[in-house]
Design a protein around this ligand. Structure first.
Ligand code: ADP
Ligand code: MG
Length: 475
């Protein structure tokens, strides 16, 4: 940007102008799933002393941009500005909240990969006409709403599709039912094929794998033909691998196939409703193979993510749903996106059938029989809180109550103590003794610390809210 052009403009304006030109160019070079979820959510802040400062909503996005796209971004900014600019990425959730854009929910991109969605519900969508039929469902990265609970799983999956065999092998994705595991596996298939139409790839439900193997043995079919179906692939995706537990002969076969694939540098992706060590009757050697790669969990979506999912679905269906009605639907289901989709579909189907407009009263009427996941009235136990907190942060019970000072353990421990204080009637002394015999003043200190953090950080507030919900539901 030449000096003349910047006269009368603020440093922010200059940065904005420059960045909007860069975006046009970057759109054509950065693959759609990354562009829509990462690059579009970058905000130019200022240009000063040949540094272009840009904001990203969180550290996770910053790390990925820095590891994969910083060269492309810098290069583009230099070309457009004609200056030797350096880029400075700053994590600034606030830069994304003031205009109603979420810091936590990255908007999915539209199918053509270019047009981004905004969180305001535009007038054009408010047409009363409903298309006749629902649009067919597609399982793609573009159709997957990225939020706090699934971000890591999303990007790990994306990287497998892009560079099979390179990082995170095997990739093990686990999480509750209806949280998008199958969606991500199918999105890997879809995107890997788009990137390389010749790629050999196999998606299989583990129960099908088991059935076919048993048939191969009992009907004395060609075993090597069975093997070939798997080992010739560059990526193999085993969905619901927890089904493998307790199937001795099939586990042997699976182990062989796994090793062959692995040594051929093919990528193995597994989904499961629980982490490897919780799959009953899974051989130790398979468990350790699973743990040898990247294990990522998908946590239930927060309200914002649920609304974003509904918003995306309403756009795909071409229906208009007012914000309050949307919020109402989203608040009915907390832990299963399939159920959420089910409610949404009931609303849309009913609007189609009766030719009614969708508004809050209509939604309440349609969903009146649905029993929302209600909070438990009983006060939870310390053990339950410890279990939920351990699961949430991915730490063991021993680590939670132990002495390690590692940052995430200290954080999990403090939050757990705070929640015990908040949600039970236990004394500080009793809480302390349940946390490795800690002194009551340590518990009190932790509670105060967390209280402060809640006031200062939306993320922590959100974590604590989410945990409270989980604990209340488990009680
Ligand atoms: P799982 O395999 O974990 O049980 P699925 O992948 O079958 O769950 O997801 C259930 C439904 O919810 C699917 O229709 C899926 O497309 C949808 N879904 C799950 N997560 C998301 C998400 N983040 N964005 C959009 N849709 C989602
Ligand atoms: Mg599934």
């Amino acid at each position: 940007m030449d000096q003349g052009a910047s006269v009368g403009k603020t440093r922010h304006d200059c940065a904005k102008d420059l960045w909007s030109i860069c975006m046009e160019e970057l759109k054509t070079i950065i693959p759609p799933p990354y562009f829509g979820t990462l690059i579009e959510h970058v905000k130019p802040l200022s240009i000063e002393n040949s540094t272009l400062r840009i904001a990203v909503p969180n550290k996770f996005n910053k790390d990925i941009i820095e590891s994969k796209f910083i060269a492309a971004l810098t290069d583009c900014a230099r070309r457009v500005s004609g200056k030797e600019l350096e880029l400075d990425l700053i994590v600034s959730p606030d830069a994304f909240t003031s205009d109603g854009n979420s810091a936590e929910v990255e908007q999915p991109i539209s199918d053509n990969g270019s047009e981004s969605q905004t969180r305001t519900y535009p007038e054009t969508l408010r047409t009363p006409l409903l298309p006749e039929k629902p649009a067919p469902k597609r399982y793609t990265f573009e159709n997957f709403v990225v939020g706090k609970g699934n971000r890591f799983a999303y990007y790990a999956s994306l990287m497998v599709a892009e560079a099979p065999g390179q990082n995170y092998n095997p990739l093990f994705i686990y999480g509750g039912t209806g949280l998008g595991k199958t969606h991500l596996l199918l999105a890997i298939e879809d995107y890997a094929k788009r990137l390389n139409p010749q790629i050999r790839l196999k998606y299989v439900q583990t129960s099908t794998f088991i059935d076919e193997f048993i048939k191969t043995i009992t009907l004395k079919k060609d075993r090597s033909a069975f093997d070939q179906k798997y080992i010739q692939n560059r990526i193999v995706l085993f969905d619901d691998i927890q089904a493998l537990g307790g199937t001795d002969a099939t586990q042997h076969k699976f182990f062989d196939i796994f090793n062959l694939l692995y040594s051929a540098n093919s990528h193995i992706v597994l989904s499961s409703d629980r982490p490897p060590r919780e799959i009953p009757h899974l051989s130790d050697r398979i468990q350790s193979r699973f743990e040898g790669g990247l294990n990522v969990d998908i946590a239930p979506p927060d309200l914002e993510t649920r609304v974003a999912i509904l918003y995306m679905k309403s756009k795909a269906e071409g229906v208009e749903i007012p914000d309050d009605a949307m919020l109402y639907i989203a608040s009915q289901v907390e832990s299963n996106i399939r159920t959420l989709e089910g409610l949404f579909l009931r609303v849309v189907a009913s609007a189609r059938l009766y030719g009614t407009k969708i508004d809050l009263a209509m939604v309440q009427e349609v969903l009146k029989d649905h029993v929302p996941e209600t909070e438990s009235k009983l006060s939870p136990t310390i053990e339950l809180i410890q279990k939920v907190v351990s699961d949430y942060y991915g730490v063991s019970h021993a680590e939670l109550v132990g002495n390690s000072r590692s940052r995430n353990l200290v954080h999990a421990r403090q939050v757990a103590m705070y929640l015990c204080r908040d949600l039970t009637n236990e004394t500080l002394i009793s809480i302390g003794s349940n946390f490795g015999g800690r002194d009551h003043s340590t518990v009190l200190h932790s509670c105060k610390k967390v209280e402060e953090m809640i006031k200062e950080s939306k993320d922590i507030l959100h974590e604590v809210n989410e945990l409270t919900n989980k604990i209340n539901k488990s009680g």
